[in-house]
Write a protein that binds this ligand. Structure first.
Ligand SMILES: Nc1ncnc2c1ncn2[C@@H]1O[C@H](COP(=O)(O)OP(=O)(O)O)[C@@H](O)[C@H]1O
Ligand SMILES: [Mg+2]
Length: 225
């Protein structure tokens, strides 16, 4: 699903990713942990084609990102969904419109969109909010809208950047149940997180750590367990 070989990325003179090699099989569930500034968001943006591969080789969901042209990136994004750290939802549009948008863009029939959106909203306990503009939602509700929009297209790979950052404990655990359900249906999942508890509850998940742009397998030094 993901093959990365000797990837480095810099913002000007700031080296954000340093010679990363990593691979993730189809169907894997991976936690990407590490402190703020470690490079988690940068890596996710590269995997989604939002930042270029400056050095090294990256292959995602069968797409060679070294050669994927701008005009073909929409193909990658059909298979790879992202939940952004800052949501990127449309504030003046309703919950329903935001979640249905990726299906509308794909030209899917209205009645199917209706059914799929309602089902996803129900699973995230957002069905009561379907007609509400997103700017009227709490941070946690907006975060769930972002997750709903990412999973509604049934992606092969789901990248979620700190998806529980704005949620309380109960909602974070519920959110993990949703990810787990999608994982059981076959979606490969990578979640960037600081949240120890959710990592510990997912015994089957693999954990990789980024620290100052360097990746290693397992938790970082100093973590319990
Ligand atoms: N747009 C940017 N311009 C300059 N530096 C950036 C930019 N985005 C991130 N960085 C730097 O790259 C490093 C990694 O950031 P980031 O990927 O956001 O880490 P994380 O998501 O793990 O907190 C940090 O040092 C950060 O300051
Ligand atoms: Mg980040």
């Amino acid at each position: 699903m993901i093959t990365i070989s000797k990837l480095s990325y810099s913002f000007g003179r700031q080296l954000a990713l340093k010679d990363i090699s990593f691979s993730m099989k189809q169907g894997e569930f991976v936690f990407l942990c590490g402190p703020s500034g470690a490079g988690k968001t940068t890596l996710m943006r590269i995997l989604h084609g939002a930042l270029p591969v400056q050095r090294g080789k990256v292959d995602v969901a069968g797409y060679d990102l070294n050669t994927l042209t701008e005009s073909r990136k929409h193909l990658l994004r059909r298979d790879v969904s992202v939940v952004f750290q800052d949501f990127k939802i449309l504030p003046n549009q309703t919950v329903f419109a935001n979640v249905g948008l990726p299906l509308v863009v794909r030209g899917i029939a209205r009645h199917i969109i209706d059914k799929r959106v309602r089902a996803v909203l129900r699973s995230l306990h957002l069905d009561q909010k379907a007609g509400v503009p997103c700017e009227e939602l709490s941070g946690g509700e907006q975060q769930r809208v972002a997750v709903a929009r990412a999973v509604v297209v049934k992606p092969k790979l789901l990248l979620a950047d700190e998806p529980t950052g704005n949620l309380d404990r109960e909602l974070s655990l519920r959110m993990m149940d949703i990810f787990q359900q999608f994982h059981r249906f076959g979606t490969s999942i990578m979640i960037a997180t600081h949240n120890q508890e959710i990592m510990e509850r997912m015994a089957e998940a693999r954990i990789v750590t980024l620290e100052d742009g360097v990746m290693h397998e397992g938790k970082k030094n100093g973590d319990q367990q």
